[in-house]
Write a protein that binds this ligand. Structure first.
Ligand code: PHB
Length: 397
């Protein structure tokens, strides 16, 4: 078989938020990259994922030359509501920390990133298969893959950036015994829906109830995103629209008479919840970023934002590396990125455990959770911690 050979400085595996942003930031420093991706462009642009961007993520998108529509299409949110005991309790981000978040779906971020990279003449290879990451223990690693038309390509490079998510191949290119995987699973999942309906509230609502957690989010003025805690093995096909609405309404119901605006449900699925970190985030010339290196449960809205923070650190590290040729500069990436990662792990775990009901939990646990929610919402210190973590720690962490 004929094998096509090519070369770049940084081979980026994965065209998600991490990979695309990294290639953009590197290009701004005059560093060449090729991005390889197993999915097609339209699949990436059509997959519904996260919705919340930290202020720092918005600053990165709008301040680095990415052609983003976040300011015209996104919505600034200055707080969230924590709902429990049938009442809402607002956490005012603007008041406590003077920062905000933006509701702007991940697939819109991806459309912006791809359009910007295409505008700038980037080498993006969508729809490739049989991706193999090799030689990362030496100084001449490579990424091999088969193009859509069947051509096998060996992409030689100086560094491989593994940005291919939790199911990607990069993570598995670490030789046995060179890394540790830190896990936590949760005894529940999220049942997620998209519905044709007007918004039920101006800000996101995170609800704790005896029946379990629910999250009321939004996508557009006519499309709403909602989730409720479920058994991780729940089959979405077992749920009629009426049953889904009854469950969601029961979880948000309360003395204030609040209820959700209902509509046709046109997408549904169950999302598993887990916490995961790979340490170190690097082996030799392979550096992991985003979900390839860590997963958070979605309760803290940190996944996409962590990926964006990782690649900012990684872009700086690689700029130093190509500038100095000093292998030692690569050592700085993981420890710097991991500091934020573990803070976010703690925050996501904390939000998850505070808001969900443990199927094996007791009456004590439920009341203790109410005490915790009461402490957080009635204390400036508690609310400020939540606001600070939710809106995101500064990049200089
Ligand atoms: C969403 O809108 O999909 C969303 C928002 C906040 C979260 C998780 C998901 O914490």
């Amino acid at each position: 078989m004929h094998i096509h050979e090519t070369r770049t400085q940084v081979a980026i595996v994965g065209a998600g938020p991490a990979g695309l942003t990294l290639s953009h930031l590197l290009a701004a420093q005059g560093i060449d990259s090729v991005v390889v991706e197993i999915r097609e462009r339209h699949e990436i642009e059509g997959t519904i994922r996260a919705g919340i961007l930290e202020q720092g993520t918005v600053d990165l998108l709008s301040g680095s030359g990415i052609d983003t529509r976040v300011h015209t299409e996104g919505a600034r949110h200055d707080g969230i509501e924590l709902r429990f005991d049938g009442r809402g309790h607002r956490i005012d981000f603007a008041r406590h920390v003077g920062r905000s978040v933006w509701l702007y779906p991940q697939h819109e971020v991806l459309k912006d990133l791809i359009a910007t990279r295409v505008r700038d003449g980037a080498d993006l290879r969508f729809g490739v298969s049989d991706v193999v990451v090799d030689g990362v223990g030496g100084t001449e690693p490579e990424v091999a893959f088969t193009d859509r038309d069947g051509t096998r390509t060996r992409l030689r490079c100086d560094v491989v950036a593994g940005c291919d998510g939790s199911a990607g191949v990069s993570r598995n290119a670490f030789p046995d015994g060179t890394a540790q995987d830190h896990f936590r699973t949760y005894p529940f999942g999220w049942f997620g829906i998209l519905a044709e309906a007007p918004p039920s509230a101006p800000e996101l609502i995170y609800t704790h109830s005896e029946r379990g957690f629910a999250l009321i989010s939004s996508r557009t003025p006519t499309v709403q995103r909602m989730y409720f805690q479920c058994d991780p093995r729940e089959d979405p096909a077992d749920w009629s629209d009426a049953r889904i609405w009854d469950e969601l309404q029961a979880r948000v119901a309360g003395e204030d008479g609040f209820s959700l605006k209902e509509g046709r449900i046109f997408q549904r699925g169950v999302i598993p919840m887990r916490s995961y970190v790979r340490t170190p985030m690097r082996h030799g010339r392979l550096l992991l970023a985003g979900d390839a290196a860590h997963t958070v449960p979605p309760t803290g809205a940190k996944g996409l934002n962590l990926a964006m923070a990782d690649v900012q650190v990684l872009a700086r590290t690689l700029t130093d590396f190509f500038g100095s040729g000093d292998e030692g500069t690569l050592d700085t990436y993981g420890p710097t990125a991991l500091r934020r990662v573990w803070r976010a792990q703690h925050f996501s775990y904390w939000m998850t455990s505070m808001l969900h009901t443990d199927p094996a939990g007791s009456d004590f646990d439920l009341n203790r959770q109410r005490g915790e929610l009461d402490s957080v919402t009635s204390s400036a210190a508690g609310s400020t911690y939540l606001a600070e973590a939710y809106t995101g720690w500064p990049l200089s962490l």
